[in-house]
Design a protein around this ligand. Sequence first.
Ligand code: 5AD
Ligand code: FES
Length: 353
Amino acid sequence: MKNLKNLIDKLEKDNVLSKEEFVELIDLRNPEVNEYLFEKARNIRYKYYDHDIYIRGLIEFTNYCKNDCFYCGIRRSNKNAKRYRLSKSQILECCKTGYELGFRTYVLQGGDDPFYTDDKIIEIIKEIKQNFSDCAVTLSLGEKPYNSYKAYYEAGADRYLLRHETATEEHYNKLHPSELSLSNRKQCLWDLKEIGYDVGTGFMVGSPYQTTENLADDLLFIKELKPQMVGIGPFIPHHDTPFKEFEGDDGNLTLFMIGLLRLMLPSALLPSTTALGTIDPLGREKGIFSGANVVMPNLSPIEVRDKYLLYDNKICTGDEAAECRFCMENRMKKIGYNVVVSRGDFKPETIII
Ligand code: 5AD
Ligand code: FES
């Protein structure tokens, strides 16, 4: 026990551990160690973000996808998925609703859908920025060529989310078909950084075949990449995928990983994800207690909500944007945190409040 607490102290001091130390800490963790970690994680986040919670309005604008990731409910082979696309004016309508609800960041997330050519994406970004100039635009559109990323950035996009999913090649190839590669995924992340985006990466916890060594490698890759955001959540099976029989994390390991991430990247933006809220009704609150500082309520139109199903039993599929927004504010208030109206930009570690 003492040894594990020492490891946590060391992580707090050095912001990194060796692979072996991460594995030991993750494998041998227990409720007392969890609490020790979470308290440190919270105190670190207070230094940069006080009790503020940043909100992002998530617009899931297409569930068409040309990829076939084995874990994902909107993979191209899922013939049962009811597909939809939002038009530019529908997307702008979501932004307007979001603006009135106090969102100052829009996250445009979709499957890898070739219908949205670079020109279309650029037009959407430009119009959002023209209409809502005090808002940040975050893209989450998957792997693209360098020049596409650059063109979106020049059109005004501020941030990009692309989870690496797992940093171990062998594991990556168990989760994805052969046309997808970890090396390309990582290259995309380096490209995004070089172009100047605030970058978010992340991974699923408890995904099929994942080992503790894989998780340690995820942390070390993230340390090397130094992203501004890291989104992690439990793997949850989807009934129409090859992984339907696998069990995911019950949330405990995800929370522990959030705590470790907070100590490793003290001022990072760490969302408490919808997947965490799906496997546990208080999952998002627990994510905040473990060191997370961001939530991403859904802004997608109610008609399409129940179609963007990456995994089973996703929450909030029947709720209007306003309901989620105020639900979230109340949930956060109840546990002593404040949802703020702000772009919620990343703060470098040098800026301590
Ligand atoms: N369970 C949990 N998370 C999932 N994602 C995709 N499918 C699942 C699933 N079955 C995550 C991936 C992806 C993000 C948008 O959602 O990590 O990057
Ligand atoms: Fe959607 Fe609570 S956040 S209903």
